[in-house]
Ligand binder design. Structure first.
Ligand code: SAH
Length: 232
């Protein structure tokens, strides 16, 4: 039977899902609260991982080990890496990579974790298509893009840094958890998708824009996740 693990880094990214859920069990592990129950008629576990790649990776591993989830969805906000992707739009991951990994000295391409044999972790095609189709129904006024999500333990708010990330990785959006969720799901052979609504442009305007737009963006992403659950 399917059981979907839903991860948001911050409370505002999962609070609407928690409200909408019929909760059966609350489990605390690694200082995170995992809520198990049904959401929109679907078996789910909803959790706030905390911010950054370490929190997100260990949260994903707990979902695999202790809850045996069959699918993983990461919902949240991100900075745009493309001019045409505006605040409020949604990016659905085709794949995800770590933009802050650099072992080029031993011949690995920038971003590749050594001895893994894979630069970017591919999202599940079916989940990607479901997310894109559902987005058009739930958020008809919002543009939805499919592309690469890049992650690192940095908030990107500088045009120079942003441009370097774009040149090196051709990402569609940047955030701080997706690649480690993807990496962990990949190692556990669990299909995943990352869904991110744009809260800022990851440049010098990000510091101003982010606080104004994070809430609305987070809510749009969560609404899309809730809607797609029954069709997974
Ligand atoms: N408001 C928070 C800090 C947020 S850090 C606080 O004060 O506690 C930014 C969060 O949003 C991360 O979870 C990250 O995944 C995402 N994010 C949005 N825009 C980003 C950007 N430009 N660069 C990196 N992460 C970004």
């Amino acid at each position: 039977m399917k059981k979907v693990g839903i991860i948001g880094a911050m409370e505002l990214e999962v609070e609407a899902l928690k409200w909408a859920m019929q909760i059966r069990r609350r489990v605390e592990k690694a200082s995170m609260e995992f809520l198990e129950g049904t959401l929109n008629g679907t078996e789910t576990v909803v959790v706030r991982s905390g911010i950054g790649k370490v929190n997100a990776a260990l949260c994903t591993q707990i979902l695999c080990d202790c809850f045996e989830v069959t699918h993983i969805i990461n919902t949240g906000v991100a900075g745009s890496l493309k001019n045409e992707i505006n605040i409020g739009d949604i990016v659905v991951s085709t794949d995800a990579l770590h933009h802050d990994v650099d072992v080029r000295v031993f011949g690995y391409p920038l971003g590749e974790v050594p001895q893994l044999g894979c630069l970017a972790f591919p999202a599940d095609d079916r989940l990607v298509q479901l997310a894109v189709n559902c987005c058009k129904e739930v958020n008809p006024d919002i543009e939805v893009y499919q592309g690469r999500v890049v992650s690192g333990d940095q908030f990107i708010s500088d045009k120079g840094v942003k441009n370097r990330i774009i040149e090196n990785f051709q990402g569609f959006c940047v955030e701080m958890e997706g690649a480690s969720i993807a990496h962990t799901a990949y190692l556990n052979h669990v299909p995943f998708v990352i869904i991110r609504a744009i809260s800022d442009k990851a440049d010098d305007s990000a510091e101003m824009d982010y606080p104004s737009f994070e809430k609305a963006a987070a809510v749009h992403s969560a609404a899309l996740v809730e809607h797609m659950l029954p069709v997974i």
